[in-house]
Design a protein around this ligand. Structure first.
Ligand SMILES: [Zn+2]
Ligand SMILES: [Zn+2]
Length: 340
């Protein structure tokens, strides 16, 4: 089969490799579409250690073509892959924290992933896609599961004021999820005007640029008290610091991003004085897949408006370069088409 193989940091090549054979507990999926994100970019540049050669790709959809799938999932079924696998035996797994299993891993990082014609995954890691969800948009469901997992931990109560800083793909998903969970108002904050416009189309009640303007907009929208929950989606310690200043006294901050910075300044006195809860979230659990598929099927979360580019999967290099283009490249979600 054809695969985009990462042979060393910054070295990707289209190769002819052997089609993977599914193990006893695996299914073989013919990939139709994949999504790329910052994790792929970090693996590509060598920021995340992996063993080479590696086929990346953890946001994948396709069709089951071999292996013993779950009951009701025949060969030919369209499925989304849950890339998080876990042992089921360790303390965390038995405590229901399968997303934190120290013996587990991620398809596309710790074993070969979806940037290929075929991929094998554990049979328990595929979920059927309803007709309402297109193959092209479905890779975004994997991203949505990580947002929903975070929302479960943050526990939004209907009517709470939720501010989201950073309106890339995950920020736009958090805007829609916050609305779906009854937040009001939902306030979207970013420097980028076109991202603010998109967030407004997707349900944000108010949008603002960062800086004093954002603080004032939030005060005005919340009778002067500040946001009950601020979700940080910009992967910067200084934005986490901003989130802590924008949360109300007694409020919460969801540190959704992955931070690669080793140091930075945080308003520690605010943290104490406001009795802020800082909530962390990592990956997602099995329970998030059926729930997210249903949110998309019912139209409560719209994925199509988030797709900015679609490229053939052989152009993975080009797709990764789009992500580094900054706001000027006007990228949102980049989807790879495996049939093109
Ligand atoms: Zn991803
Ligand atoms: Zn485990």
């Amino acid at each position: 089969m054809k695969a985009m193989v990462l042979e060393a940091p910054n070295s990707l090549a289209l190769r002819q490799v052997e089609r993977p054979a599914p193990g006893a507990a695996d299914v073989l999926v013919r990939v139709s579409n994949t999504g790329i994100c910052g994790t792929d970019q970090s693996i590509y540049y060598g920021g995340i250690p992996v063993s080479y050669p590696l086929i990346m790709g953890h946001e994948a959809v396709g069709e089951i073509v071999a292996g013993e799938a779950a009951p009701g999932l025949a060969h030919g079924s369209r499925v989304i892959i849950d890339p998080v696998y876990f042992c089921g035996q360790c303390y965390q797994c038995r405590a229901g924290q399968t997303n934190l299993c120290p013996n587990g891993g991620l398809v596309g990082r710790d074993r070969d992933g979806g940037f290929a014609e075929y991929v094998t995954v554990p049979a328990a890691n595929v979920y059927p896609l309803p007709a309402e969800v297109t193959d092209q948009a479905a890779p975004l469901i994997q991203v949505l599961t990580t947002c929903l997992h975070a929302h479960r931990l943050a526990g939004i109560f209907p009517g709470e004021a939720v501010a989201i800083i950073g309106l890339g793909v995950t920020g736009q998903l958090h805007v829609q999820l916050a609305k779906a969970r009854g937040a009001d108002p939902v306030i979207g904050i970013t420097r980028s005007e076109w991202k603010r416009k998109l967030a407004a189309e997707l349900g944000a009640d108010v949008t603002a640029a960062p800086g004093d303007d954002a603080a004032k907009v939030i005060r005005d929208a919340t009778d002067g008290r500040g946001a009950d929950l601020v979700i940080e989606c910009a992967s910067r310690v200084r934005v986490l610091a901003l989130a802590m200043t924008l949360a109300r006294i007694g409020g919460r901050v969801l540190a959704y991003s992955t931070y690669t910075e080793k140091q930075g300044e945080l308003p520690f006195y605010d943290w104490y004085f406001k009795e802020l809860q800082i909530i962390n979230a990592r990956a997602a659990k099995s329970e998030d897949y059926p729930a997210c598929i249903d949110l998309v099927r019912r139209g409560q979360v719209r994925l199509e408006p988030l797709i900015s580019h679609t490229l053939p999967f052989q152009k993975l290099d080009e797709a990764l370069a789009l992500l580094t283009g900054g706001d000027a490249s006007r990228h949102m979600k980049v989807i790879l088409d495996h049939a093109a």
